[in-house]
Design a protein around this ligand. Structure first.
Ligand code: 6PG
Length: 250
């Protein structure tokens, strides 16, 4: 865990959502002062729903020029884009459908094609967006969640994807999940850790034990996937609600 990782705890899930939305908007505003566009990697699952909903509605929706924001995904389930389990579908329904922005600003992972093909295609999408010379590409902000087993994106415990050093996007299978959640496409640690900013957003008492493990320095032998996330040259923040933080309070 990098010493630079800030840990901020909010009183409940609603306040966490409000503050996380504010952090995202502030990051966009700061970057757009000196840059033409902002590259944002969205996380999936259920925690971000409240955040994306706030961003898609007044007053927050009017705070930034969304046409200068490019949306990517840290991972995707291998399902069609209109499937209830799709991370793209969740973001579209809560946020993207409310924004005025060119379609080319939405860079989704194609869950509807074979996983390996989707991973290769997404890596090409990222290369084309940043340019061949930018290696690894540096996203302006990566949003991540954490599962009850300490996974993040679709980097699950004991997955070979955790040891990937060359590829930025890979296909993974997680057989402990019910179909169709088994097959996933995910960004890898070299790409995630190249980001300028990483925000790990975790809510709920069910995550408290893993949050304590992830943030403790007690040298626990088993390193959780989320502990492998740290920016090589950037800012990292953990945004928690009180329930998720209830085992790390001093
Ligand atoms: C996914 C996410 C995953 C998620 C965690 C937490 O595709 O499911 O990318 O990494 O962030 O599993 O999910 P919840 O917010 O639903 O607890």
């Amino acid at each position: 865990m990098p010493t630079s990782a800030a840990v901020i705890v909010y009183k409940d899930a609603n306040e966490l959502a409000r503050q996380a939305a504010g952090y995202i908007l502030s990051s966009i505003e700061q970057t757009l002062v000196g840059h033409e566009r902002f590259s944002l990697v969205l996380s999936g699952g259920s925690t971000p729903k409240a955040i994306y909903t706030l961003l898609g509605q007044p007053p927050l929706v009017d705070r930034v020029p969304w046409s200068r924001v490019h949306f990517f995904w840290g991972d995707e389930r291998c399902v069609p884009p209109d499937h209830a389990d799709s991370n793209y579908c969740m973001a579209y329904e809560t946020l993207l459908s409310y924004l005025v922005l060119p379609l080319q600003n939405i860079h989704r992972i194609q869950g509807e094609i074979p996983p390996e093909e989707s991973a290769a295609s997404y890596e090409q999408t990222i290369t084309e967006f940043f340019g061949e010379h930018i290696r690894p590409p540096r996203f302006d902000l990566v949003l991540l969640g954490m599962g009850n087993d300490g996974h993040t994106a679709s980097l699950f415990p004991d997955s070979p994807a955790l040891d990937e050093t060359q590829r930025w996007v890979v296909a993974v299978d997680h057989t402990q999940l019910p179909a169709p959640l088994v097959a996933r496409v995910t960004m890898t640690l070299p790409l995630l850790n190249a980001a300028r900013r990483i925000a790990l957003i975790v809510s709920g008492a069910a995550k408290a034990g893993q949050v304590r493990r992830a943030l403790s320095e007690d040298g626990d032998a088993t390193v959780l996937p989320v502990q492998r996330v740290y920016p090589e040259d950037g800012e990292m923040v953990w945004l928690l609600d009180d329930a998720a933080a209830n085992m790390i309070h001093p």
